[in-house]
Design a protein around this ligand. Sequence first.
Ligand SMILES: Cc1cc2nc3c(=O)[nH]c(=O)nc-3n(C[C@H](O)[C@H](O)[C@H](O)COP(=O)(O)O)c2cc1C
Length: 377
Amino acid sequence: MPDLFSPFTLKGVTLRNRIVMSPMTMYRSVDGKMSDFHVMLMGSRAAGGFGLVFPEQIAITPDGRTSTGCAGIYDDAQMEGLTRVTTIIKDMGAVAAIQLGHTGRKGSEKKPWHGKTQLPPDDPDGWQVRAPSPLIYGGRYTYPVQELSVAEIHDIHRAYAAAAKRALDCGFEWLEMHFAHGYLGASFFSPLANQRSDQYGGSLDNRLRFHREALDAVRAVWPERLPLTMRLAADDFNAAGIQFDDAVWAIGAMRQHGLDFADISLGMNTDAMKDVPFNQVAFMVDRAARVRREVQIPVGVSWNLGIPQVADRVIREQLIDLVFLGRPALANPHWPVWAARELGQNDPFALVPEDWAWWIRSRPGPEGSLGWPPVAR
Ligand SMILES: Cc1cc2nc3c(=O)[nH]c(=O)nc-3n(C[C@H](O)[C@H](O)[C@H](O)COP(=O)(O)O)c2cc1C
């Protein structure tokens, strides 16, 4: 029976454990480039024992970013920073994952700590947002949305392929398409955001065409030996939006298009969500477990899995295959070491680089002097 610290192999890639640093947008890029900050952030989490480490959502086009402070992979000049990030992740014993994204009608934002509202197209830090249909999201997203033409959709698929090719050259070994959280892929899938009458809208099959074509474009350049995965908008929590049954069907359909793993998340195509248990522990796990059972595809999930005993249990019960940690990974770079201690693993410091581990193991000092509190029992 696997536990949180069992290795996990998918295609030709083996993770040392089941703990993933979930993608988190940091708004610290300039011209879409990653820098020392990102090397520090990802390097410290890899050194802290995470098995798979994602930087933030990385945009495939300039207008696919959340803000002008967000990272991209649409220009060769962005490859140096990304390669520095993959190099440190690998040096510290983890696998480097990339989340490719396009924010669609939720782009052109201010940084959260500057107000997180949308900027108009004529602002120096704003742009014209594009999406399947000219529907303004509402709430803090207030500016007109331009409907994508079919030719522009094809351009976006070509941009996904170009981004995947660059990602491979930068040393990433796990690729996730970000089709959740109200961004472009999510809005094609949701009847709340997609009201097209052509082959990309209407029926469920048509609303999944954007995804299938994106997968086909990426799979053509992304080697078979490396996992091709997706974070899917699986539920809008709104009667007029994506229903979870549709997502289960969609994941099955995308398996035929090279999908190797599903990361189940929220639709977020509207603020009008009903009964989302945002503060409930592990609230997306049952949904992911159903996908795993019915579609027979490995799955991962985030949302409130930061309690070690819970994270371990959902792996042991084989409900999910990987635990994605967002806020816990920000709060504690050594979350895996902490969890290993709490769960009574033999040698928690085996998770840190071996030179640190040697010193910590062989010179532990007086009881309690290492900087770790006693294990909670
Ligand atoms: C600061 C921050 C930035 C985030 N940025 C992204 C992102 O770029 N892509 C994404 O798919 N999810 C993003 N998320 C969501 C997380 O990846 C994760 O799914 C969510 O926080 C739930 O997991 P948690 O309960 O462990 O925090 C972000 C979350 C936070 C806190």
